[in-house]
Design a protein around this ligand. Structure first.
Ligand SMILES: Cc1cc2nc3c(=O)[nH]c(=O)nc-3n(C[C@H](O)[C@H](O)[C@H](O)COP(=O)(O)OP(=O)(O)OC[C@H]3O[C@@H](n4cnc5c(N)ncnc54)[C@H](O)[C@@H]3O)c2cc1C
Length: 465
């Protein structure tokens, strides 16, 4: 059986929830699908059902409104594919039950991944991403370790370090790859965003009180340990071959910000391009979130990184555009949202100017990878394996490199290593961009139970016979 609604939204984070509430309030039938058991996405979802306190009350209010408006909330449903008609989404519900979902309008609001980059020893237990460490700390106050280094790049590192302090960890330092916190003309532009500046200053003050050192222009190049990480080496970003400091730790959280999840947009055959600033694969969208596929929108961080407020505004803008098409014009609403989005975009541009561009880091870090570094953890493929595949067979073709080296063929389908493999391919093939810098999306985009596929086949046979 296929669930059909006016609008089908995949992703119940700030973007998807905002769109759902607006569309349902205007009388459209809406299904909101999320793989997690609770709505809210990365920002509004309670870290665990037992998490103490009122977690982000504005999110709780938005979720309650969505439910009150009669939105069909299909939580626990993973969307993993697109049917042969190119339009019907295939999902797995709780207990592996298959679901087929269709909307006259489809909104993809699947959010972002943390951007990881390999280094020697990153497969050791105790090496995590900042998002995971923060989730663990928020869920039940558990720190990822007792002596923790937080490293990578972006404003997110500071709140993560503060969460770890609150959870009782000793944060041995925060290592930022760029130099965003030294006085500069660019940094002065942040005075135009006083609320954000206050928030950042609050985190910095908390770290200073706890005497946590903040190193700038430093990247993690090596983690060592027997059954768990026990020490980590920092090097200068400008010269990653030159170690500058080794620290004793029992956990290290490394992440270089976030990157959009492009898989579902790709499966829906939306045009994808490499973002000029970040180098990320992003769907091509207009200011309403419309893609190259009629009736398919991509919004929130699935369309580009910009934070929770921008995600909400993009959700409302896509909804306003759909309503304009369904019920006639909504010019006042669209103009107001456009102005809000312009303001939020300015903050995103400031962040992009302050922190090193991921594309630049990709260049620097790719060159620094020693041959024995495991790049694809699922398939245990090393940097040397990837370089050899490029030089001997695949040239600058990312997908051919995947075929020859097996990098990106494991259960994560390149979500963790894809960005790094693209960097190695570009570097090894003489600096030529390798087209859209992401592996093609294959369904199922995540592992699904075989029973689901069998049940889906039986449903199709039943419908045909
Ligand atoms: C790990 C992490 C931690 C973060 N922590 C902070 C923070 O502390 N402070 C802050 O200001 N910002 C934080 N952010 C950024 C913030 O969460 C985002 O700006 C905001 O949540 C973006 O909203 P969104 O609706 O676009 O996506 P999200 O909030 O990510 O929501 C996307 C939703 O889509 C669902 N989904 C994805 N794929 C599928 C699929 N195939 N099938 C079904 N459902 C799917 C996900 O389960 C998720 O609920 C964090 C982001 C991440 C990734």
């Amino acid at each position: 059986m296929t669930t059909v609604r006016d609008v089908l939204i995949v992703g119940g984070g700030p973007a998807g929830l905002s769109a759902a509430a607006r569309l349902a309030a205007a009388g459209l039938t809406v299904a909101l699908v999320d793989e997690q058991p609770e709505l809210g996405g990365q920002y509004y979802r309670r870290p665990s059902p037992a998490a103490p306190g009122d977690h982000r009350p504005e999110g709780g209010r938005l979720i309650a409104r969505v439910r009150d408006l009669g939105v069909d909330c299909l939580t626990g449903h993973l969307v993993w594919g697109v049917d042969d008609d190119g339009r019907t989404l295939l999902a797995t519900g709780p207990d592996g039950v298959p679901a087929r979902l269709r909307g006259r309008h489809v909104i993809v609001a699947t959010g972002a991944y943390e951007r990881t980059y390999p280094f020697l020893g990153w497969q050791l237990p105790g090496v995590t991403t900042p998002g995971f460490a923060q989730h663990l700390a928020a869920a039940d106050g558990t720190p990822v370790g007792e002596r923790v280094l937080v490293a990578g790049s972006g404003p997110f590192l500071l709140p993560v370090a503060c969460s770890l302090l609150d959870a009782g960890a000793q944060v041995v330092g925060v290592a930022e790859a760029g130099h965003p916190y030294r006085p500069s003309l660019r940094a002065a532009a942040s005075l135009r965003h006083p609320a954000r500046l206050r928030e950042l200053a609050g985190y910095a003050a908390r770290l200073a009180r706890a005497r946590v050192p903040l190193w700038q222009g430093r990247v993690v190049t090596r983690a060592t340990g027997d059954d768990r990480v026990s020490s980590v080496t920092l090097a200068a970003t400008a010269d990653p071959a030159r170690p500058v400091r080794t620290l004793d730790v029992d956990a290290v959280c490394v992440g270089y910000g976030f990157r959009p999840q492009p898989e579902l947009a790709r499966l829906l055959a939306c045009e994808i391009r490499a973002d000029a600033v970040t180098g990320d694969a992003e769907p091509v969208t207009d200011r309403f979130g419309r893609t190259s596929r009629p009736g398919v929108y991509v919004i929130g961080e699935a369309a580009g990184i910009g934070g929770v407020h921008l995600a909400r505004a993009r959700g409302l803008m896509a909804a306003a555009h759909i309503l304009a098409r369904e019920n006639g014009s909504t010019p006042g609403e669209i103009a107001r949202l456009a102005a809000e989005i312009r303001g939020l975009d300015r903050f995103t541009s400031l962040n992009e100017a302050l922190y090193p561009s991921p594309a630049r880091l990709q260049d620097v870090l790719s060159r620094a990878l020693t041959g024995d570094t495991i790049v694809c953890r699922c398939e245990a493929v090393t940097a040397a394996d990837v370089r050899n595949a490029v030089l001997e067979r695949a040239g600058g073709d990312l997908n051919a490199t995947k075929s020859w080296s097996r990098a990106g063929m494991g259960p994560c389908q390149g979500r963790f290593c894809g960005f790094a493999v693209a960097g190695i391919v570009r570097d090894a093939s003489g600096g030529e961009p390798c087209g859209v810098p992401v592996f093609p999306a294959r369904q199922p985009v995540r592992p699904v139970p075989v029973e689901t596929l069998l049940a889906l086949g039986e449903q199709a046979e039943g419908a045909a016979g």
